[in-house]
Ligand binder design. Structure first.
Ligand code: PEP
Ligand code: MN
Length: 338
């Protein structure tokens, strides 16, 4: 729940509320805004007497949240969080994470990485462990792929993002990656999410393809509740009746996640559409909807990509996407909406 103090409430009033909450044996999170102080209470709301809190001096309102998430709520962090990866601050300016669906042979992967860097990407993506629908499809280069990612980081300076599929691999993947990606299939793997709460690297949490916004945010809360505050959300499309595209990119959820949560929100228009010819348009739309950046599949020869070639754009197309998105971002931030 959140206690909203009156604009003229003083430090004594805040201390009075904190003292009362501590009596309940609960943690508080104080957020001092320009005009008001908010006191977030991390608690099972059923144990709190809202009326007695609302009656304390200096309190304007005591609001139950009654949502399945608390830590990642915008109420707790009204200004929004930013997450640092190397020199990049995700949640500040736009961030572009680009690379092939799967990590491929070393020379190909390094060539893609150099080209996406030149196109303006600040982070590199590539799956070494691939969650494929069919067990007969290519499953990823595994540790060999992780070593190639480490080489990409050394040679290009780009931090890398790669998927963690199994909690057994957390230490191994952590030796090579800068950001753990949790794919849409694992968004509901709560024991994996809890374990990622114990690591010291950011987690990029993709939305499950049938997850409601609040389920996605609750999944993020599993990570934060277990100690890791550095979570980045990524909308990647949901399943609908529409099969014209691979998924339906849910831009409502992008705008909604920015309103409801304090976490940075990225968009993956590659999986969101499944079609390279729609990626530029939906990239622009995502930034217009308030996204903090994009995760894109890019390859210099999409037809030869080891997976997801149909939704993969070229480095030259990426450069165009980045240029257009930066222009749109200026409009969005000029209006103070992002
Ligand atoms: C990916 O980004 O490589 C991926 C497998 O995405 P998703 O989990 O969104 O399907
Ligand atoms: Mn893919």
């Amino acid at each position: 729940m959140v206690v909203i103090m009156k604009p003229d409430a003083g430090d004594r009033d805040v201390a009075g509320v904190v003292e009362r909450i501590k009596k309940y044996g609960m943690d508080v999170h104080i957020s001092k805004g320009k005009e008001r102080t908010l006191i977030g209470i991390i608690v099972d709301e059923r144990e709190v007497d809202f009326n007695s809190l609302a009656a304390l001096p200096g309190v304007d309102r005591a609001l139950p949240i009654l949502r399945p998430y608390k830590y990642v709520s915008r109420n707790v962090h009204p200004q929004g969080r930013t997450i640092r990866v190397g020199d990049v601050e995700i949640g500040k300016g736009l961030v572009f994470i680009a690379g092939p669906c799967s990590v491929e042979e070393e020379d190909t992967t390094l060539r893609i990485a150099e080209q996406v860097r030149q196109a303006g990407a600040q982070l590199f993506r590539g799956g070494a462990y691939k969650p494929r629908t069919s067990p007969w499809s290519f499953q990823g280069l595994r540790e060999k792929g992780l070593k190639i990612l480490a080489k990409v980081r050394r040679e290009t300076g780009l931090p890398v993002v790669t998927e963690i599929m199994d909690s057994e691999d957390i230490d191994l993947v952590g030796r090579y990656t800068d950001v753990y990606q949790v794919g849409m299939r694992n968004m509901r793997n709560y024991s994996l999410l809890a374990k990622l709460g114990k690591v010291s690297k950011p987690v990029l949490l993709k939305r499950g393809d049938s997850a409601k916004l609040e389920e996605w945010l609750a999944a993020a809360d599993y990570v934060v509740r277990n100690g890791n505050e550095a979570v980045i959300l990524c909308e990647r499309g949901i399943r609908t009746f529409e099969d014209f595209t691979r998924n339906t990119l849910d831009l409502n959820a992008v705008a909604g996640a920015k309103v409801e949560s304090c976490l940075p929100v990225l968009v993956d228009p590659s999986h969101g559409t499944g079609r390279a010819d729609l990626v530029p348009q939906m990239s622009r739309a995502a930034i217009a909807a308030g996204a903090d950046g994009l995760l894109l599949e890019v390859h210099f020869d999409p037809d030869k990509a080891w997976s997801d070639g149909m939704q993969t754009i070229t480095p030259a197309e990426l450069a165009g996407v980045i240029r257009d998105c930066q222009a749109i971002r200026q409009v969005v931030t000029a209006k103070g909406k992002a």
